[in-house]
Ligand binder design. Sequence first.
Ligand code: TYM
Length: 377
Amino acid sequence: MSNNDEEMVVTPWTVSGKIDYSRLIEEFGTQPLTEALLERIRKHTGELHLQLRRGIFFSHRDLDWILDMYEAGKRFVLYTGRGPSGPVHIGHLVPWIFTKHLQDVFGAKLYFQMTDDEKFLINPEFALETATGFAYENALDVIAVGFDPNKTSIIVDTEDAEVLYKLAVTIAKRITFSTLKATFGLNDSSNIGITFFPAIQATPCFLESVLTGENVPCLIPAAIDQDPYWRVTRDVAQKLGYFKPAQIHCKFMPGLGMGGKMSASLPETAIFTTDSPEVAEKKIWNAFTGGKPTIKEQKISGGDPSVCPIYYYDYYLFEEDDVKLAEIARQCRCGELLCGEHKKILATKVKKFLVEHQKKREKAKDVLNDFLFKNHK
Ligand code: TYM
């Protein structure tokens, strides 16, 4: 369980401590998603997506520029990804659901990268075949989210190296070891594979430009832990003659424990898309809540949704209706909704979601080949 008193650490490989998102905006040098920018997005999308309305996507770089380009008739591509170290959890789905929304409204092509190499290099005990196997397993979850097969290319790093490598070396040549150490916290005992890897994660930002010969802007929706990759990529983009990739960053969906993001390394507090409905229900049942120690106390002084994962699950994914969500928070605060009841209501929604997602995941097996980058060449 993550300790909220620990110092905040946010890197692609470690997220711990109590996350202060305003401080991250400052430290990472990103921009907040302002009302004015949201209003501009609304012009293109109609009603704002839940994740924008609720501030789940909260920060960006150059999103205003992407909109300038789009409004001037220039297309852009989307890019996001997954480090396939195990089954997908529902926190991973947060940026993917939003990416699908962007694909739908802007008609954008998506590059989705599976970094089996990254997971192999960063986990001492991990076999490469295991990571590559999970890349294909996790691709089923990506497809189940509903991306357009005609506009989506799933890259598996070790299988698409032929295309990635040439571009990666041109990027790698322009990144120094001292930049990497400062940006990623690498040190002299880090293996040399992981020091090269950021060049591989940078490549899809420029792939469309390389493949088409036209300089195409790229927008990356992801949680903010991936930001160090984009900082180094942005530094080299112009030297290579490409646009700097733009980003839109989301917060972390919490785990079911007390504080901390949902993380596969804490399986009892993460709901995996492959969990049976019964297993998911049990995890929800064992979750920490913002409730009081006794029902009597809770009825008198109410619960605290602001620290409650059960409430946050509704907030991030499971209650789309803002009016209903506000009512849940009100009932919780005034002690009308007890934790047991709320868990039961959430479990019903999560189980329904899992049954549907797992059906789509099964169907995805028939179309997996249509999504793979290696089959698009
Ligand atoms: P990975 O596998 O750690 O995470 C996949 C995506 O999920 C986001 N994420 C979360 N979002 C909300 N709540 C959470 N609790 C949560 N945990 C993780 C991550 O930010 C990410 O967007 N190196 C990457 C793979 C990658 C990639 C990319 C990701 C390659 N290219 C481009 C984003 C964009 C990785 O290991 O992601």
